[in-house]
Design a protein around this ligand. Structure first.
Ligand code: XMP
Length: 326
């Protein structure tokens, strides 16, 4: 019989035996898997672990604070945040093609992470220690899938915290390799990680960068961040977090339409709500959200986000459409 306390105790033993007195790095994305695997390793080896969080400027509202403040407070993990917003936005300037965006974001993420890796390796060397291990939040379904081959792998180039180059010669610690998502969540709760992190819905590595249709700019990110925060807040208030798989909010940044707001005519942008129900994200159906929830989200967004004067609903299943727009 499965028990999160037992799994934690077992993993702690295993990690200690594997690591010895070496130092360990973990890449934190803010997602459930990296949050739980990092906390688990921290429980085993304490400050031998350093977690690295790259802020690429494409995060949702409050996400960085959630990791830096709430996650650190609840776990005691030693965390380094890399401020990479300027770098990412610089490289994304003028880029509109979805695959190009994904490649740039993936590449810059690795660069940012490698820089910190090098610094940590230097620091450890100076004090006669070794940085030998990298934590990854690989789950059992990931293990099975990567053995699987054929699928939709080529539709979009997925970017994860994993997939890092191994030229620095790290061994991997993958404490979640035998577990399913719900088991990982149970372990996360047992470790005291806040529910806002443990219960999180999936969010793509390239972040809001692939939810702005058109060029990604600071101003557009700000608009989308506000609209997205309102949608998430209302869905949570309505108790729908567990019902829907996720609900991307997409900014059609190159589209304008006429509206009438406050004192007069506006010429603003539409945002799209993309609520989906799914078991594994391979297929999905659009979620029939209650009209009153949709109305509330639409009213709030158009009232509170000046640049948005229209809210539209995506009613397409996957296939033919993917969940994300890019
Ligand atoms: P699509 O758009 O392919 O998305 O139907 C399927 C699921 O994967 C998420 N997604 C990503 N997750 N890195 C990730 O970690 C990525 O690059 C990425 N792209 C899409 C998406 O949010 C959905 O849950």
């Amino acid at each position: 019989d499965w028990n999160s306390g037992n799994v934690i105790a077992e993993q702690v033993e295993r990690i200690r035996a594997q690591v010895g007195d070496a130092r360990v790095i973990s890449a934190m994305s803010g997602g459930v898997d990296s949050a739980v695997s990092t906390a688990l390793v921290h429980k085993a080896i304490g400050d031998q672990l350093t977690a690295v969080f790259v802020d690429h400027g494409l995060l949702r509202k409050g996400e960085r604070e959630q990791v830096e403040r709430d996650y650190v407070a609840s776990t005691g993990v030693r965390l380094i945040t890399v401020d990479a917003e300027d770098t990412f936005l610089g490289h994304l300037a003028g880029v509109t093609d979805p695959e190009t965006k994904r490649k740039i974001i993936g590449r810059e993420f690795i660069r940012a992470f490698e820089q910190v890796q090098r610094d940590l390796v230097e620091e450890a060397r100076a004090s006669g220690e070794k940085v030998k291990f990298l934590v990854q939040g690989t789950l059992y379904p990931d293990v099975v899938e990567s053995g699987g081959g054929a699928g939709t792998a080529n539709i979009k180039s997925h970017h994860n915290v994993g997939g890092l180059p191994d030229d620095l010669d790290f061994d991997l610690i993958e404490p979640l390799r035998t577990l399913f998502k719900d088991e990982v969540r149970a372990i996360g709760r047992e470790l005291g990680i806040p529910d806002a992190i443990v219960g999180r819905q999936p969010f793509p590595g390239p972040g809001l960068g692939i939810r702005i249709i058109g060029e990604v700019t600071r101003e557009r990110l700000e608009i989308l961040r506000e609209a997205d925060a309102i949608a998430r807040e209302e869905l949570t208030l309505a108790g729908l977090d567990q019902t829907i798989w996720q609900c991307p909010v997409v900014l059609l940044a190159d589209v304008r339409s006429v509206g009438v707001q406050g004192d007069g005519r506006t010429y603003g942008h539409p945002v799209v709500l993309r609520p989906v129900s799914s078991e594994d994200a391979m297929t999905a159906d659009w979620t029939r959200l209650p009209y009153d929830v949709l109305a509330k989200i639409s009213n709030r967004i158009t009232n509170e986000v000046r640049e948005v004067n229209r809210v539209v609903l995506d009613v397409t299943s996957k296939p033919p459409a993917t969940i994300e727009w890019e």
